[in-house]
Design a binder for this molecule. Structure first.
Ligand code: ZN
Ligand code: ZN
Length: 920
């Protein structure tokens, strides 16, 4: 009889929910916080979602059974953002309606899988009670000078007169004006000064490996994937170098370049970003250059500014540039070197100007080669070749071994030593200054979109005028000259100055207006809600304007994990005392695509909150585990256009949530994944039915032979060890393989007892009713199988547990070598629910293994005489290469012995771990 998954699964899901089985108790100790990334409210949970959290769910279940008070909240939603707004534009419904409808659908999809969530711990980022605290976070940063208005390169449609999201740029054109090319424009936006934390966000010395997984709260040790550590460190891009200031021939203007490798005897040109102030002066005519050059320059800059930053940074493309007509003076060679403009130099990286040393930098080499600029060798590599650099493979770059040549006082010095000496020399001469530069930019956090948390800022023109008046009429110490643009005041779309005021904390949340035009021309959507925009200045009380930009969803998700333990707390974003007990998170599961965005922002916010004294740790997650990808049956990423999407709802209907869970966990290690196969899910389904039949039909089986009992006990303890260890490292596939092997063994014993029992020979799998003799090893084995399978098949195991094991508290696992296979253990089947308490398999203590009972595996060696198989011997696995010992054992083997009797052994051919052939 198969188990009825449809009936069983619904029944237990209801029971778990009603009994709050997975409740994370803030009052209890032994806390263990596991987290899977927030789900976006797309409206449909696909197989990728399942894959992302089924293994973590198994992990959470094991931890709970091991006695931990586990917080595993997955019922949270990243609910703001552009898709809701797009859906609203397309279907004419409110983004809120779209979002909450999707949340409902997704919740019910989640429930069908029977996850071990605490449903009381839910956060939805578009709830005013949530974004109230997102706005609070913004204000905290603002008060500390870490939020400001600055200029950011953005996609700009000259027709819409507005910033476009990347999704709204189609083939380089506006999605609404398909013939209008999108331009790149510097636009005012709110930014968080994450660069102030650049050095602290760098991972130092790599991760410390954790041996046992369990650590004390005060421990600073962290364990993040190498890919995350390297990715973030490269992105932060700390560089120690020097700013060198060049004189320009015939001009007062100077050009400062940043370099980490000042091989200045080889510097033969300078390149400027198209936005460099010197270039701007040429364009405006302030610096006069020949007309032909000016025209070329103008054309080039126009093209360059239409490219996106990413296009400009691409390294593979053909180098382009134009000469400015200017020359700078090389400090050490005293030569005049040409100044060019190129789009691969970005104004917001370094100083927006770079010195070209084409003998020792690939990009400089390609540029010099193309435009016929001299290439000078000043470093000789390990090959000792001192001739000219003519090919790319002759370039000795920074980081390679080499010595200085053609460099006057540096000649003969090692590459690194010479660079330091050059920097000393330039600093001494006053030509340069050592600096540390970072690739990391400030984080742009505001968007001209509707569906987001409004930036809690009020602009007051009256306050600006009051200050202006006091400055001109009286000799007031406060003058507008003290005010900093972007921090104290902003120039809004009308071109006027306004004083920036934060909204009072007591006035939070600043709720979104119910109605706004989502796609107005030339305006931010919120600007169309005129009544909403008009407000009172919190300082002077006169009419003022609200900020019309909303926060990026990355701000919403940068702190949500602090909210889970106390999701209804209303005196702050989180209860400090409760957070102290739960955090940092033990393991944070999520996608590798968040290395540079979400996890970096979350680390920044954590460090900031730590500095403000809100928390006592400065890394929010001790361990990070990336998930892999589940592919379609054809081995490609599931996508609607390929038609290879496997719908989880259909699979649950057919095979049950347990089968789907088991199969996903069996696909491979969590960080790799694999391709969905129909045979695979069918196999998982069959396996669960085998376990079901084994326990329901053969629970009362006797173990006939002592050897079987020994095997069962040994394999059982080995299985406990393997499953426990494999779940801990998210190698759920090998944990399940171990459970399958264990099940095979138990079935073999059943089959053996069946064939030895003439009464039941007729029906191989029929329930045995006539066995009255029981044995402890068998009972334990079956129960252990159920417990170890519980994290993967929570419904099936609950059903079995409730039928046969619940409420039996004195069930002990013997861990001695003493076999009691003849003893009859009477199971006291008390009521399943004792004193109204629900004894769930998911709270049953996790089995422990006894190392003494885990004996090494044996392997079988085939023994041949003159190439014919004459017998086999079993040896311990670790002896598999011990030739002489195996020969001795083989000679003593009864079956082999007679073939060797009175014969001369000429040779022994031995294949390690497999075969021994006597040539006689
Ligand atoms: Zn447009
Ligand atoms: Zn005011």
């Amino acid at each position: 009889m198969n188990f009825n998954h449809q009936k069983i699964e619904k029944k237990w899901q209801k029971r778990w929910r009603e009994s709050k089985l997975y409740k994370a108790d803030n009052k209890k100790g032994n806390k263990y916080y596991l987290l899977v990334e927030l789900t976006y409210t797309s409206g449909d949970l696909h197989m990728g979602h399942w894959f992302a959290w089924t293994a973590p769910d198994a992990f959470a279940r094991m931890k709970r059974m091991q006695g931990f008070n586990v917080l595993f909240p997955v019922g949270g939603f990243d609910a703001f953002g552009l898709p809701a707004e797009n859906a609203a534009i397309k279907h004419g419904i409110h983004p809120r309606e779209w979002t909450y409808k999707n949340i409902e659908t997704m919740r019910s999809q989640f429930e069908k899988m029977g996850p071990s969530f605490d449903w009381d711990k839910e956060v939805i980022t578009c709830d005013p009670e949530y974004y109230r605290w997102t706005q609070w976070l913004f204000l905290e940063l603002f008060k500390k000078g870490l939020a400001y208005r600055g200029k950011v390169w953005s996609n700009w449609c000259p027709e819409c007169k507005t910033v476009l999201a990347n999704e709204h740029v189609v083939n380089g054109c506006c999605w609404r004006h398909t013939a209008t090319a999108v331009e790149q424009k510097l636009v005012d936006q709110w930014l968080f000064k994450i660069t102030d934390y650049a050095d602290r966000l760098l991972w130092k010395d790599g991760p410390e490996r954790i041996e046992d997984g369990e650590r004390s709260r005060t421990s600073r040790r962290i364990d993040w994937p190498q890919a995350a550590i390297e990715g973030q460190n490269n992105w932060i891009g700390k560089k120690e170098g020097i700013n060198i200031t060049y004189d320009v021939k015939g001009l007062k203007d100077k050009i400062t370049v940043f370099t980490t490798a000042p091989v200045n005897f080889g510097a033969t040109f300078i390149v400027l970003a198209p936005e460099h102030p010197v270039v701007e002066k040429i364009i405006t005519g302030e610096i006069v250059v020949p007309g032909k050059i000016l025209n070329e320059l103008k054309n080039y800059i126009k093209k360059a500014t239409n490219k996106t930053q990413r296009e400009r940074k691409t390294t593979e493309k053909e180098k382009s540039g134009v000469f400015t007509g200017l020359y700078a003076i090389n400090h050490v060679t005293k030569k005049e070197i040409p100044v060019w403009v190129t789009d691969f130099v970005l104004m917001d990286v370094g100083t927006g100007a770079v010195q070209g040393c084409p003998g020792h930098d690939l990009r400089d080499f390609q540029f010099a080669k193309k435009f016929g600029i001299p290439i000078v060798r000043v470093i000789v590599g390990e090959d000792g070749y001192e001739g000219p650099v003519e090919k790319e493979d002759q370039i000795i770059e920074h980081g390679m071994k080499g010595k200085f040549i053609n460099s006057d006082f540096l000649n003969g010095l090692d590459f690194e030593v010479g660079l330091q000496k050059t920097m000393d020399y330039f600093e001494e001469k006053g030509w340069g200054k050592r600096v540390i530069s970072y690739h990391l930019r400030d984080w742009s956090v505001s968007r001209r979109r509707y569906w987001g948390a409004p930036v809690p800022i009020i602009y007051c023109r009256r306050c600006w005028e009051i200050r202006n008046k006091s400055q001109t009429n009286h000799s007031s110490p406060v003058t507008n000259h003290d005010l900093r643009e972007g921090v104290d005041y902003a120039i809004l779309d009308d071109g006027k100055e306004y004083i920036i005021h934060p909204v009072f904390e007591k006035d939070l949340p600043v709720e979104l207006p119910e109605k706004a035009d989502y796609m107005p021309e030339g305006l931010a959507p919120l600007a169309t809600a005129e009544d909403w925009v008009k407000t009172k200045c919190p300082v002077c009380g006169s009419e003022a304007r609200r900020e019309v930009e909303t926060l990026d969803t990355y701000v919403d998700s940068s702190w949500y994990f602090f909210r889970y333990p106390s999701p209804n707390y209303d005196k702050g974003p989180f209860d400090k005392e409760i957070i102290k007990k739960w955090m940092p998170i033990k393991v944070y599961f999520g996608g590798p695509e968040h290395i540079l965005g979400h996890t970096l922002y979350a680390r920044f916010i954590t460090k900031f909150l730590h500095d403000q004294g809100y928390i006592n740790f400065d890394e929010f997650a001790e361990k990070r585990v990336h998930h892999g990808v589940i592919l379609g049956p054809d081995g490609y990423r599931m996508s609607k256009s390929r038609g290879n999407v496997v719908n989880p709802d259909e699979q649950i209907e057919k095979f049950g949530a347990d089968s789907v869970r088991l199969y996903i966990n069996f696909l491979g290690p969590h960080d790799k994944g694999g391709a969905w196969k129909t045979e695979g899910i069918e196999g998982a389904y069959r396996f669960l039915n085998r376990v079901w039949r084994l326990i329901t039909n053969y629970r009362d089986l006797v173990v006939i032979e002592k050897k079987d009992a020994e095997d069962i006990l040994r394999i059982q303890h080995k299985t406990i060890k393997r499953v426990s260890e494999d779940i801990k490292i998210l190698h759920t596939h090998t944990a399940i393989a171990a459970l399958m092997e264990f099940t095979n063994l138990l079935e073999d014993v059943v089959n053996k007892s069946q064939t030895q029992n003439p009464k039941s020979q007729s029906s191989h799998y029929s329930p045995i009713t006539n066995h009255k003799i029981r044995c402890a090893e068998w009972d334990e084995a079956l129960k252990t199988l159920v417990l170890l399978l519980a994290p993967f098949a929570p419904h099936l195991t609950e059903e079995i547990y409730q039928r046969y094991y619940a409420g039996i508290s004195n069930f002990q696992f013997p861990i001695s070598n003493e076999l009691k296979n003849s003893q009859i253990k009477k199971l006291n089947r008390k009521s399943k629910i004792e004193n109204g308490k629900f004894y769930s398999v998911h709270l049953h203590p996790w089995p422990k293994y006894n190392p003494d009972l885990i004996v090494e595996d044996t392997i079988t060696i085939a023994v041949q005489v003159n190439g014919k198989l004459r017998g086999t011997i079993n040896i311990k696995a670790q002896m598999s290469n011990d030739k002489s010992e195996i020969i001795e054992l083989a000679k003593k083997n009864d079956k082999v012995k007679k073939w060797l009797d009175r014969k001369e052994i000429k040779k022994e051919i031995f294949v390690e771990g497999k075969l021994l052939n006597f040539v006689v």
